[in-house]
Structures are given as structure tokens and as C-alpha cells.
Design a protein. Structure first.
Length: 76
């Protein structure tokens, strides 16, 4: 399954995707862009016709640093 993160923050993200999972589904999400790539344990919070709200449920310290870097890059 693939999607595009349209809103992302420290606690989770909204992912636009054609295929959606039901709320409560646990998944491993691979986040990747030009300079950052990591896997995160997540849970689907809600889903609608546009995509899914996804909560990060477990990030390692290194993954947290990668997420911080990704968020800082998106602000510049």
C-alpha cells in the first residue's frame, strides 16, 4: 500500500491513499523522502474517502530524530 502524507507532525499524520485500512488497524509505516527514511509502528485512527489519520504508536530515539529532521526540512 502506498500513500502521500499531506499533514505530518510529531504524533502522526494524514495519508492520502486509494486503499484505506479500518480504524484500529496496526501497521508498520515506512516514511521516506530525499534525505530521511525510517519505519514507524502506527495505528489507523480514522479513515474517510480521502485517506487515513495515522497515529505514531512507537518510534525509536533514532526514528524520532529522523522525524524531527523531516519536519524541519518541510518548514524551510
Amino acid at each position: 500500500m502506498e500513500g502521500i502524507a499531506t499533514v505530518i507532525g510529531l504524533g502522526g499524520m494524514f495519508c492520502r491513499a486509494n486503499d484505506r485500512l479500518p480504524p484500529g488497524t496496526s501497521l508498520i509505516l515506512r516514511m521516506s523522502c530525499a534525505a530521511v527514511s525510517f519505519d514507524a509502528e502506527c495505528s489507523v485512527c480514522h479513515a474517510n474517502e480521502q485517506g487515513m489519520g495515522i497515529e505514531f504508536t512507537r518510534l525509536t530515539q533514532e526514528d524520532n530524530q529522523q522525524l524531527d529532521e523531516l519536519l524541519l526540512q518541510s518548514q524551510s
